[in-house]
Design a protein. Structure first.
Lengths: 401, 307
């Protein structure tokens, strides 16, 4: 007869546990540090809000979740999110906070907790640095490159400048917002922080802001030079002998460039070394008025064509925040900026056959093939109570208790 | 005597009318059509031709058609023919650009708004009419052929959370109905010979029937969840019955301790009568079912069976 002593039982248990752990090849992972409460919040709140693209609720739930977390707990959450192919907490908070600010809903944002500040600031620093480092190689700032000689080449260069402008705006807004958040770090007790955390809260976003401002000024000046070049190039095509499409493109370029140059010349130096800002601005406005008056119908046609095709591109290639790009965020139902915001390709896209290429462009060859499936309504059940009194006299209580 | 009845109500909430603004492409294509329609109004034939040639040169404005071929297992009478042996179904030009925008806007209105006949509400101009018609037929065929291979559609009546899934397919089938209706209104018979047209009508009937079945099922489910008297609580002469025995006890105590309590007079022939004031409280018993042995009570007389 074999008597299983407590010691023997404990040994068997431990060795079987080792066998299970050994065979799975998994040591104690950060995920094992996730508490039940954390897992419930992640599954009940964070995941659904992320998939629905509800930035505000996602930020609110992450703010609550991370308020009292330590570094290893945040790492455990990051590891759990990575398994679901979702970015980490810092990236989620940064992206969604900035999303709401860009869409004019920054006022609804909850104040970040101390822990959240320590997550947001490094993510914002990384975003800003990435865009700043790109600026040194950007073609738009290369004055030695060949000058454009056709409308298409001008368009390509100006599109690149437009995309870069947007990136610099994003970086600028990010570093300004990070500067505001840095002010909140004064309430953190520095004595409880380690070296890495101290370095985070001491990050000087003022330096980034100044550097980005310098690049933006440079880019604006370069854009003004190119637009003035295109303006002069276009004037040669506003003759009755020119082809109709060249006339259309010319008048459209003249209208756009004169408007944007007038804005620029209010505060920037003149791109023409022979004329001052005021002189150039006045001359451009006078000439543009003359051209538009002489070709009013052509001007209207060019604007209609340009806006029509521009919005067609947005509808065809644009991607929203949620539902794999098919839907915009809920802010679209509330604010104009929310309705306008879309992710657009950085380079002018070329359409490809969706039946031949796996990653065809656009991402959705027909939106109506997909958007029908978004439905979250269900039958609602409610209850009402009614009283029936059978007799003539009513039952009345003078005092219930 | 009184009773409290609880009724159950069921309803399907209305779709938020602003949801369409979230759909990517709605605002954009609407703005696009507004501008391009103005361009068409302002331009003569030669100018439109020049604009068309300009757009044809740009790869970003290419629209691929006959997407239904992805789901076609064998050619049918409705299959789109190639324009030439080398035809890759890439279509270029202003008519195709406008037609695509119009089909997308119409589909969004069909799926997310209550606009009647939305594909015709965004009525095409003359230059894009043929392209629009072709895209309508291709859209309708793509959805129809895909449904035959759609596992989600097969399992629509199985499993939990059927209602949202069924609502999504109702939207899809309704969109297909609108596509078919618009295609027919724009001269389907000019494009299809009698036999293909019969096949087209047969597909339309299947779609209408499928949509009708799903709508009926959801309406029945809503109707079946409307119930009266899911719970009933009756007040007896002493107060409320279970599930509130504590309140009943309180009320009984109040009765015997002379609180101001206006008690309903006993019904004639009711199984119980109240004891007169001052009488010590007796243990209440459950009402006994009426039996032949129980005497019929007259007013004021105690039943012999009461303990």
């Amino acid at each position: 007869m074999c008597i299983v002593t407590p010691i023997l039982l404990r040994t068997c248990l431990v060795s079987s546990l080792c066998f299970i752990l050994g065979s799975s090849g998994v040591a104690a992972t950060p995920q094992s540090r996730l508490t039940n409460r954390t897992t419930v919040i992640l599954k009940r709140d964070v995941l659904p809000h992320y998939h629905r693209g509800d930035s505000l609720k996602l930020v609110q739930s992450l703010t609550t979740l991370t308020a009292r977390m330590r570094d290893n707990q945040v790492e455990a959450v990051d590891s759990w999110l990575k398994q679901k192919r979702i970015p980490g907490v810092g990236s989620l908070l940064t992206e969604n906070r900035l999303n709401l600010i860009f869409k004019g809903a920054g006022r609804d944002l909850p104040n970040p907790s101390n822990r959240e500040l320590l997550l947001l600031i490094p993510a914002m620093e990384e975003l800003t640095k990435r865009i700043y480092e790109k600026s040194s190689e950007h073609r738009a700032l290369d004055r030695n490159a060949a000058q454009p000689s056709t409308f298409d080449e001008f368009e390509e260069l100006l599109w690149g400048i437009h995309v870069f402008h947007n990136e610099l705006n994003t970086a600028g807004l990010t570093s300004r917002y990070a500067n505001q958040l840095s002010g909140l770090t004064k309430r953190i007790n520095r004595e409880i922080l380690n070296e890495k955390q101290l370095a985070i809260i001491d990050t000087d976003f003022g330096v980034f802001s100044r550097q980005l401002a310098g690049i933006r000024t440079d880019l604006l000046k370069r854009e003004a030079e190119i637009r003035l070049l295109r303006y002069k190039f276009s004037e040669d095509y506003l003759k009755p002998s020119a082809k109709f499409m060249d006339q259309i493109l010319a008048i459209q370029a003249i209208q756009t460039d004169s408007r944007l140059l007038a804005d620029y010349l209010k505060r920037g130096p003149s791109p023409d070394p022979k004329k001052s800002s005021a002189e150039l601005s006045s001359e451009l406005q006078k000439r543009t008025k003359q051209y538009v008056a002489q070709n009013s119908k052509l001007a209207a046609q060019s604007l209609a064509l340009y806006h029509g095709l521009h919005y067609w591109m947005r509808g065809r290639y644009g991607l929203g925040d949620t539902a794999m790009g098919l839907l915009k965020s809920p802010q679209a139902m509330k604010t104009k900026q929310g309705r306008f915001a879309l992710y657009m390709p950085k380079k002018p896209p070329k359409a490809t056959d969706p039946l031949k290429e796996r990653l065809a462009k656009p991402d959705y060859e027909r939106r109506h093939h997909y958007h029908w499936c978004f439905e979250d309504r269900d039958i609602q059940i409610g209850y009402t109570t009614r009283h029936e009194v059978e007799y003539k006299y009513e039952l009345r209580f003078g005092r219930f208790y | 005597m009184g009773s409290k009845h609880t009724d159950q109500h069921a309803w399907l909430p209305e779709q938020d009318s602003r949801f369409i603004e979230r759909v990517v492409g709605y605002d954009e294509y609407c703005e696009c059509l507004r501008n391009l329609e103005q361009l068409v109004r302002l331009s003569n034939q030669s100018q439109l031709k020049a604009i068309d040639e300009y757009i044809q040169m740009k790869d970003e404005y290419v629209v691929y058609t006959n997407l239904a071929r992805r789901f076609e297992t064998k050619p049918s009478k409705l299959s789109e023919p190639r324009l030439s042996p080398n035809d890759d179904f890439a279509r270029r030009g202003l008519p195709w650009v406008m037609a695509l925008a119009r089909v997308e806007v119409g589909a969004m209105l069909a799926g997310f708004s209550s606009v009647k006949r939305p594909m015709l509400a965004v009525n095409p101009t003359a230059i894009e009419r043929n392209a629009y018609r072709e895209l309508l037929l291709d859209g309708m065929r793509t959805h129809y052929l895909h449904l035959y291979q759609d596992v989600g559609y097969e399992k629509l009546n199985i499993g939990p959370n059927r209602t949202p899934r069924q609502l999504a397919y109702i939207r899809r089938l309704h969109m297909m109905e609108e596509f078919a209706d618009a295609f027919e209104s724009l001269g389907a018979r000019e494009v299809l010979t009698p036999q293909p047209f019969q096949e087209f009508r047969s597909c339309c009937r299947e779609v209408e029937q499928g949509c009708e079945e799903l709508v009926t099922e959801i309406c029945d489910r809503v109707r079946n969840n409307q119930r009266r008297d899911v719970a009933e609580v009756t007040y007896n002469d002493y107060g409320m019955t279970a599930p509130c025995p504590y309140v009943a006890q309180v009320i009984r105590l109040r009765l015997y301790h002379g609180d101001k309590l206006h008690i309903l007079p006993a019904k004639p022939n009711s199984p119980r009568t109240l004891p007169a004031r001052g009488t010590p409280p007796t243990t209440p018993t459950k009402p006994q079912p009426a039996s032949q042995n129980q005497p019929v009570r007259t007013g004021g007389a105690k039943p012999t069976g009461v303990k």
